[in-house]
Write a protein that binds this ligand. Structure first.
Ligand SMILES: C[S@@+](CC[C@H](N)C(=O)[O-])C[C@H]1O[C@@H](n2cnc3c(N)ncnc32)[C@H](O)[C@@H]1O
Length: 386
């Protein structure tokens, strides 16, 4: 309970109604800490949290799927176990046999890999002592297209470990669309390093969809994890955009492309160059000519805003915009700001800063992450003199 309290601080835990968790690993795994509460009561708690934070009545849209909604999972292979980290203990990895956040077609591939690692006795990594071989196996997949990308991250292998992993690739390659192999000897503990892969089997990207839009995704680019809920949020953004727009922190252009037909012009800005490469491909894939994409830091917004911006869409990482970017936004003075966030607390701080010149006209919650304390919010602000 202590971790949940950290997130929701002083809120009313008595509204949570106990339920039977679906997952056999619920007690030890740090993944989905709300599984032992009825979904309706999870929503009530999240709604109360938002209403207390923003001091107003807030609508919270539930997720159509309460399990198996994720399109991305990063599994650690350490200390002999393939799985996820123990609740509250970074140093221990829980052996995961099944994950209720994954749909069955992805779980089947996970089960095959799990048994192959045992069959070949592939050496795992020790991230405390920094020795060993295979560090992470990440999954990216689409419930709609059923394409699966696997990302293996290991240290540089000796001949024995090399042959073992190659054998596994042979056994699983017909089950998936794409396999990447990264070899990374650095100390930083990350599932997908920002380096060139030593091997790619199959395609370099897989296709995911939101509504009727198709998006190519790769190991390095961010993508919304729950596409059904993302569609609800994107629809709301689309209802509210108009004129000349900037989509700040655009990733692979998911929102940019989704809303472009409601705009006069639209520019997507993103700091990860691989994401912008895909944004351009996604623009072509979806037969759009309007969006223009640029690799840049959000701090450099003013370079892209010499003329009046009608709508500024922002979807920053969990840390939010912080004072510097808020200042630049105030200077660029868009008529309307549409702010999507996966961290209501940093969003609230940013909205307080922007409130010097902007009025909050609506704020909604979307349950992008059922069975966890997290949620998505969408704020719409208009310039005060308008
Ligand atoms: C929450 S994701 C949103 C992506 C996109 N809007 C979408 O719906 O797929 C945040 C994005 O911001 C990007 N980002 C993080 N820091 C940034 C910065 N300082 N400048 C520009 N983009 C940044 C990340 O790479 C990531 O793609």
């Amino acid at each position: 309970m202590s971790k949940k309290k950290d997130f929701f601080s002083k809120y009313n835990y008595s509204i949570l109604i106990p339920a039977q968790p679906k997952c056999i690993h619920f007690k030890e795994c740090g993944g989905c800490s709300f599984q032992n509460y009825e979904y309706a009561s999870q929503l009530n708690l999240k709604k109360e949290f938002l209403q207390n934070l923003f001091k107003k009545e807030i609508k919270l849209t539930p997720s159509p799927e309460q399990y198996a909604y994720r399109n991305k999972m990063d599994f650690v292979y350490a200390f002999g176990n393939l799985g996820l980290r123990e609740k509250g203990n970074y140093k221990k990895v829980i052996e995961i046999r099944e994950c209720q956040m994954m749909p069955s077609f992805a779980q089947e591939v996970y089960a095959k890999i799990y048994s192959s690692l045992q069959k070949y006795n592939v050496e795992s990594y020790d991230y405390i002592e920094h020795k060993g071989f295979l560090r992470y196996i990440s999954f990216r997949y689409s419930n709609k297209t059923k394409q699966i990308m696997l990302i293996f991250n290991s240290t540089t292998p000796d001949d024995v470990q090399n042959t073992k992993l190659e054998n596994i690739f042979e056994e699983i390659k017909s089950l998936v669309t794409s396999i990447y192999w990264f070899q990374y000897d650095g100390l930083t503990d990350i599932p997908v390093p920002n380096i060139k892969p030593v091997k790619i089997i199959g395609t370099e990207t897989i296709e995911e969809t939101i509504g009727d839009k198709i998006y190519l995704i790769s190991p390095w680019s961010f993508f919304q994890v729950n596409v059904d809920v993302a569609k609800e949020v994107f629809e709301r953004i689309k209802e509210n955009v108009s004129g000349n727009c900037i989509d700040l922190c655009c990733g692979v252009g998911a929102i940019t492309i989704y809303v472009e037909n409601k705009t006069t012009s639209i520019i997507g800005i993103e700091q990860v160059s691989q994401a912008i490469e895909l944004a351009n491909k996604n623009r072509i894939l979806n037969k759009k000519t309007k969006p223009l994409f640029f690799v840049a830091d959000m701090k450099d917004l003013l370079q892209f805003a010499p003329l009046e911006i009608d709508t500024l869409i922002i979807d920053p990482p969990r840390a939010g915009l912080q004072k510097k970017v808020c200042e630049r936004i105030l200077k660029s003075s868009p008529k309307k700001i549409i702010y999507m966030s996966c961290n209501p607390k940093t969003q609230k701080m940013d909205l307080d800063y922007l409130s010097k010149e902007y009025e909050l006209v609506s704020l909604e919650g979307f349950d992008m992450f059922p069975q966890t304390p997290h949620l998505e919010t969408l704020a719409i602000l208009t310039r005060k003199e308008d």
